[in-house]
Design a protein around this ligand. Structure first.
Ligand SMILES: [Zn+2]
Length: 190
């Protein structure tokens, strides 16, 4: 006799039906999540594929390219020739030897920085770290270590992570210059 007992047959049917329900539910849940939580462009809030900034806003970012002041890294409107410092660097020499910036701090750039610092948008760090590595290549070629700017411990608590450390890790991966965290401590909350 090859018929299975009625109770076992009902139970296996039930199991199969439940498994099918579970599969359908998990697919529906995934679909709902995809619909409810698309990645939004950090600047204009339009849905975006990939890394947090849509093509429109990307085009609005002004990446800094030569010619710029070799000391401050601020862009020149015209090329004054090699090693010419900006008026700002001559009039008010900074405490550091050289600085570089990836983009002008305008609307989109400001939104990006704020999203990374205050809105937990760590997904922006890889792209921003790569821009920084490119902008600072000349300085990074001579660098022994990378030291992220530390947060005051109270701010570290409220922000949960140090965005400067997150960027430094990306730059380390791009350039091979080692990150040395914990060598500086912020003693004043500024
Ligand atoms: Zn956008």
């Amino acid at each position: 006799m090859d018929a299975e007992p009625a109770s076992r047959s009902i139970s296996s049917h039930l199991h199969r039906a439940l498994a099918a329900c579970r599969r359908a539910w998990s697919q529906a849940a995934k679909l709902t999540l995809d619909i409810a939580l698309p990645t939004l462009c950090v600047a204009c809030r339009e849905p975006v594929e990939g890394e947090g900034v849509c093509a429109n806003c990307w085009a609005k970012l002004s990446f800094i390219a030569p010619p710029f002041c070799p000391r401050l890294g601020i862009p020149f409107v015209y090329d004054p020739g090699p090693e010419m410092l900006s008026m700002e660097a001559i009039a008010n020499p900074p405490a550091y030897a050289r600085a570089r910036a990836a983009v002008r701090y305008d609307d989109v750039a400001r939104t990006l920085v704020h999203a990374l610092k205050y809105q937990d948008r760590t997904d922006l760090a890889p792209a921003m770290g790569r821009w920084m590595a490119r902008a600072g290549r000349e300085l990074l070629d001579d660098a022994d270590v990378l030291v992220p700017v530390p947060l005051h411990w109270r701010r570290g608590w409220s922000r949960r992570y140090n965005q400067s450390g997150a960027l430094a890790r990306i730059i380390e991966r791009q350039t091979g210059v080692t990150v040395v965290a914990e060598v500086l401590r912020r003693i004043r909350r500024t």
